[in-house]
Design a protein around this ligand. Sequence first.
Ligand SMILES: Cc1cc2nc3c(=O)[nH]c(=O)nc-3n(C[C@H](O)[C@H](O)[C@H](O)COP(=O)(O)O)c2cc1C
Length: 165
Amino acid sequence: MADQIKKLVVYYSLNGNTAFIAKTIAEAIQADVLVLQSKKMMPSSTILKLLWAGKQVFTKEKPELLAFEKNPAEYDLIFLGTPVWAGSYASALRTFFATVALQHKNIALFCCYGGSEGNAFQKMKEALAGNTFSGDMGFRAPLKNAEANAQKAREWAKMIQEKVL
Ligand SMILES: Cc1cc2nc3c(=O)[nH]c(=O)nc-3n(C[C@H](O)[C@H](O)[C@H](O)COP(=O)(O)O)c2cc1C
């Protein structure tokens, strides 16, 4: 049965935490993956990366993204993940929401954060009105406690999958 629904994990990650959770989820439920990647080269130093991301937040930028390798419209269940930026989702998701008009999908949201989830889920739900939300889960600094967070991600993803079937 689980093989009959098409599953996709969509994510953006600046420093690898959201990527780690996204890949763990995809592996646990055998989902395809779509990585949102900025067209502009990201700086490699930590401080420049932070300034680069901070500027995107404060200008409410919609950074241009590389062409999507998967079409979310073809999937039944979509996991969507982001790092929390200034209490909301990362700027790449703003571009994603403006590019792909998802409707009538089962969507599960996840985020990675350093301190708190802020309003990330609420803001994502507003941007995704017209879909069904199957659940949401936050992960605090997952790479600092990788195995516990991977376990949490696997269990959550399987629970969501069961719920949607
Ligand atoms: C520009 C920027 C803004 C951030 N704002 C928040 C925030 O408001 N709350 C929070 O808990 N963490 C915040 N963080 C920390 C990230 O959410 C956290 O480190 C996350 O795990 C990073 O995920 P990633 O490695 O996938 O990029 C921010 C990080 C950046 C770069």
